[in-house]
Design a protein around this ligand. Structure first.
Ligand code: HXC
Length: 257
């Protein structure tokens, strides 16, 4: 099989990636990170796929980077191999992604969920950045993305104490978009991804890009970016179709152009 650590399938226009190292609670080793990057790139290149869902098992989304693999590393090794460089190939994907989290999302597992555009959580989910307990700090973006998601107070609390927060707290804090029953988690995420995939892909990618600008830019700069992107969508056939369909009270047929 091309993938040893993942199950990769499509459900209609949705690409579904299931982390699959159950014995290690889906700890993210080098192989898994490489396979995850490949799976994202394959869905990115597949015109039939409009959005991606990443999930784990009932017990763990992912319990972090593989501690057994990291344990013996020297600074020079971590630096030269740019440990975890595969993450950039995930965050550079332009199609939207939803993390469907049940059980533990710790360390790199929490960071992986935060690299996705939206997080849905089962009420069993537990989020945390316990790196401090290992005498390291988050290394896949946790200090930055968690702080942007939940603010400095809670990010400091979680990262400095290493404690976990449950799904309710994570939703209240703004990390999680929806909390659902565990048995509904993957279906709910796939349904939302299918809905996203049913819209004009041009508009969807523009919307994701514009929201992401808000993470980086000043308000004035971000609003300027949004206006240009908004205006540009009036050049698409899909905009003409979408508005005509509304006026004519029928379903639009988008062609992604
Ligand atoms: C390697 C792991 C692992 C991990 C769990 N396992 N987490 N192996 N790396 N991150 C393995 C255990 O060693 C064990 O293997 C099996 O999975 C089951 O785990 P248990 O600990 O027995 O399960 P349980 O008692 O239910 O406890 C669950 C847990 C605990 C609370 C999630 O496993 C845990 O604390 N894991 C580590 C969490 C963590 O510190 N993550 C951050 C890693 S650092 P055996 O063979 O004994 O059965 C990180 C840095 C990211 O992520 C940035 C890098 C650039």
């Amino acid at each position: 099989a091309p993938y040893e650590t993942l199950l990769v399938e499509t459900r209609g226009a949705v690409g579904l990636i299931t982390l699959n190292r159950p014995k290690a609670l889906n700890a993210l080793n080098a192989r898994l990170i490489e396979e995850l990057a490949l799976a994202f790139e394959a869905f990115e290149a597949d015109d039939a796929v409009g959005a991606v869902v990443v999930t784990g098992s009932e017990k763990a989304f992912a319990a972090g980077a593989d501690i057994k693999e990291m344990a013996e590393k020297t600074y020079a090794e971590a630096f030269l191999e740019d440990f975890g460089a595969g993450w950039r190939r995930i965050t550079s994907c332009r199609k939207p992604s939803i993390a469907a989290v049940a059980g533990y999302a710790l360390g790199g597992g929490c960071e992986l969920a935060m690299m996705c555009d939206v997080i849905f959580a089962a009420d069993t989910a537990k989020f945390g950045q316990p790196e401090i307990t290992l005498a390291i700090i988050p290394g896949f973006g946790g200090t930055q993305r968690l702080t942007r998601a939940v603010g400095k107070a809670k990010a400091m609390d979680l990262i400095l104490t290493g404690r976990m927060m449950d799904a309710t707290e994570a939703e209240r804090a703004g990390l999680v978009a929806r909390v659902v029953a565990p048995e509904r988690l993957v279906d709910e995420a796939v349904e939302a991804a299918a809905k996203i995939a049913s819209f004009s892909r041009v508009a969807v990618l523009a919307a994701k890009e514009a929201v992401n600008v808000a993470q980086e830019a000043s308000l004035a700069e971000g609003v300027r970016f949004e206006r240009r992107a908004f205006q540009a969508l009036f050049a698409t056939d899909d905009q003409t179709e979408g508005m005509a369909a509304f006026v004519e009270k029928r379903k639009p047929a988008f062609k992604n152009r």
